[in-house]
Write a protein that binds this ligand. Structure first.
Ligand code: 13P
Length: 261
């Protein structure tokens, strides 16, 4: 799953959803995906873990990938009230999980070390880590974005190691672009994705680095998705707000599927 020869579209619902609305969303998503089944895309949604069972108990999910937004930094069962480990996610057909989202870094003080630990636990369970990196407004304004993101990725990669990193996906999400309606300039996306690709090429071999999907996230919509996925070294998108409703997510998927790269 998540082969980079297809355009990858992953939704991140963040803290949204309700049992009733999820049913409606899922019906519409599956019917849209059936309509555009010939498109060269792969789709996943990172939902709040509490809804994983509702989704995974359906037998008709088809090619749609179910994902989580977070995982515990502890792999063993134990006294970690409120936490959910990778083994639990696996039981509910969870194929991938976001780690290191900027909102988790901000509100839960997640460091690169914690992000790497979580990614390692996921990998041990065969779940794909979707590792998020990205600079804030200040770093962008100070021309320090490349340096900051390089440091994030270097640290995380060295803690995960060259073999396991090949099974990860990365998302470049500039913090100032998240939920702001301010999508990063195409030139900035291109530059950062090239930096990421070059780093991966130096960390592992060139072919393996080329196969790691690099997504862009931050105010992606049905309107701008095509130009974003056509940018060099962009293998897909991580979509927040526009993934919560099928009105916008459906259009976005339709646009992507018509875009055979
Ligand atoms: P928005 O698409 O709402 O800007 O959110 C991006 C994001 O944080 C996805 O993980």
């Amino acid at each position: 799953m998540f082969q980079k020869k297809k355009t990858i579209v992953i939704g991140n619902w963040k803290m949204h959803g309700s049992v009733q609305n999820n049913e409606v969303f899922l019906e519409e998503l599956l019917s849209t995906m059936e309509d555009i089944s010939s498109g060269d895309y792969e789709c996943g949604i990172a939902i709040p873990s509490i809804y994983l069972f509702q989704f995974s108990s359906r037998s008709d999910l088809g090619s749609f990938h179910l994902g989580a937004q977070n995982v515990a930094q502890w792999s063993d069962f134990g006294a970690y009230t409120g936490e959910i480990n990778a083994k639990m996610l696996l039981e509910f057909d969870c194929k991938f999980s976001i780690v290191g989202h900027s909102e988790r870094r901000k509100y839960f003080e997640e460091t690169n070390e914690i992000v790497a630990t979580k990614a390692n636990h996921l990998l041990d369970c065969g779940i794909v880590p979707l590792v998020c990196v990205g600079e804030d407004q200040q770093e962008r304004e100070n021309d320090a974005a490349v340096e900051f993101v390089t440091q994030q990725v270097e640290q995380i990669c060295s803690l995960i190691g060259p073999e396991k990193i090949k099974k990860c996906i990365f998302a470049y999400e500039p913090i100032w672009a998240i939920g702001s309606g301010k999508v990063a300039a195409e030139s900035d996306i291109k530059e950062m994705h090239e930096v990421l690709r070059n780093f991966l090429e130096s960390f592992i071999d060139e072919n393996a680095a080329h196969d790691i999907p690099l997504l862009y996230g931050g105010s992606v919509s049905d309107k701008n998705v095509i130009s974003i996925v056509q940018t060099e070294n962009v293998d897909g998108v991580l979509v927040g707000g526009a993934s919560v409703s099928m009105e916008t997510f459906g259009k976005l998927l339709q646009n992507v599927s018509g875009n055979h790269q």
